[in-house]
Design a protein around this ligand. Structure first.
Ligand code: ADP
Length: 415
């Protein structure tokens, strides 16, 4: 089955075409046949990059006014005789579309076939993710406009994997009526990534799902950790919104909420402006003052830049704090798994995070740590370390494609 996997942001459309099916999951023989990205959607100079497996990428700058035009542009490219995508000549060769949807609220605990009711329920969740869900919806609506009911569409939610958290983990200690009236609670995000790497770990060490007790660390531009017990998420660092938890590229992560009123009283700006600072000007960027990119900070820190060094230390300490918290919550774990841009590539951050956890049973192998870069999947702890440390590259799109197939075929989800 060819699945068109779509990830729509407010001004971007990212896609992959993945050839996959139930029997292909078993032997991992599914594969991506095309991918692409259109940025600056809504502008006259949108940046287009489309790439069929094994072929030179098509790059262009053209006006793309909305998500519908972006998808039509991809369709045009797919149907161009010069484009050679394995097994695909036109849209008729696509059997389903899988959409990434950021917020599924309490309603969606797993991936679902999209119909009118599902659409309006996703719309209701927009209140909880005003930056993300409206963009995801635009993608779904554009596909409806272009393809009608001809192609089945499936929604895969970032929040769904964390729906197994117990209430003591997802409730905030604020008056309960705010949960009852407004659904103020922790939801968690990056669920597809946490679920994928925990699943890969299970395959790698060949254990049943019930024996998977791990901490997954998704460290990219956005960062979150998840406590996974018996294969289920029981806690995660992001909350009502992705602002809570770990330090990120430009987000503060956990802070004392009183800081907001304090800064407001100091005349820094409106509450909305202060939130903008916490979301877009804090984290690695805010502390270092030079960049939100870990590569820049590692370089600057090595050259003695104090604020870059501090940013790295705050970042690593926060991750370490949650490793400790989740180890306590789960009474120990089998493994810690690093993933996403920083997790898969930063030898230094992995070392800083793991250093000093030997008494908790975690011993990093420096040589193996150095080898785990550029998308390698590797165990990087010493032989005999009570807690294993793994680097496992994430692949959210593959999970999206596989979930889409499962939903379309009504097959049970085994993970
Ligand atoms: P997103 O959350 O947007 O998917 P990624 O998972 O691609 O982000 O992670 C992006 C981050 O990964 C970059 O900001 C950068 O800090 C970090 N990164 C990528 N490559 C390296 C590297 N070689 N060394 C250190 N950090 C890296």
């Amino acid at each position: 089955m060819n699945v068109f996997v779509l990830n729509c942001g407010s001004s971007s459309v990212k896609f992959q075409i993945i050839n996959t099916d139930l029997d292909m999951f078993e032997n991992d023989s599914d594969h991506r046949v095309a991918k692409g990205l259109i940025e600056r959607v809504g502008k006259d100079d949108a940046i287009i990059r489309l790439e069929a497996e094994g072929q030179e990428a098509v790059k262009a700058v053209e006006p793309i006014h909305d998500h519908r035009e972006a998808i039509l542009r991809i369709k045009k490219w797919m149907e161009d005789p010069n484009t050679k995508i394995q097994g695909i000549h036109s849209w008729d060769d696509i059997q389903a579309i899988g959409h990434r949807v950021v917020h599924g609220g309490e309603k969606f605990t797993k991936s679902v076939k999209i119909d009118k009711d599902v659409l309006s329920e996703i719309e209701e969740c927009s209140d909880l993710a005003p930056l993300h869900n409206p963009a995801n919806l635009k993608g779904i609506q554009a596909c409806y406009e272009i393809f009608g009911d001809k192609i089945l569409q499936v929604a895969v939610f970032d929040t769904a994997f964390h729906s197994t958290m117990p209430e003591e983990a997802y409730m905030y200690a604020i008056p309960l009526e705010y949960y009852e009236k407004y659904k103020v609670r922790r939801y968690g995000f990056h669920g597809t990534s946490h679920r994928y790497v925990a699943y890969r770990y299970r395959k790698l060490v060949k254990i049943p799902r019930e024996e998977v007790n791990v901490i997954t660390l998704h460290l990219g531009n956005g960062c979150s950790a998840a406590a996974i017990q018996k294969g289920k998420s029981i806690n995660t660092t992001m909350g009502l919104t992705p602002l809570e938890g770990l330090v990120m590229g430009t987000r503060s992560g956990d802070i004392d909420p009183a800081i907001i009123e304090y800064l407001f009283n100091k005349g820094i700006g409106s509450v909305a402006e202060i939130f903008n600072i916490l979301n877009k000007k804090s984290g690695l960027m805010g502390v270092s003052g030079i960049s939100n990119d870990m590569r820049d900070l590692e370089k600057a820190a090595a050259e003695g830049h104090h604020r870059a060094q501090l940013a790295l230390k705050i970042f690593a300490l926060r991750v370490k704090k949650y490793i400790g918290a989740y180890m306590a919550e789960m009474n120990g774990v089998n493994a810690i798994i690093f993933t996403a841009g920083i997790g898969e590539n930063s030898v230094l951050i992995r070392k800083m995070v793991c250093e000093g956890l030997e008494n908790l049973g975690l011993e990093l192998d420096d040589e193996l740590n150095k080898q785990a870069v550029g998308g390698k999947c590797l165990k990087i702890s010493k032989e005999g370390s009570r807690v294993a440390v793994w680097v496992i590259p994430t692949n959210e799109e593959l999970l999206l494609a596989r979930d889409t197939v499962r939903v379309v075929k009504d097959a049970p989800r085994r993970w």
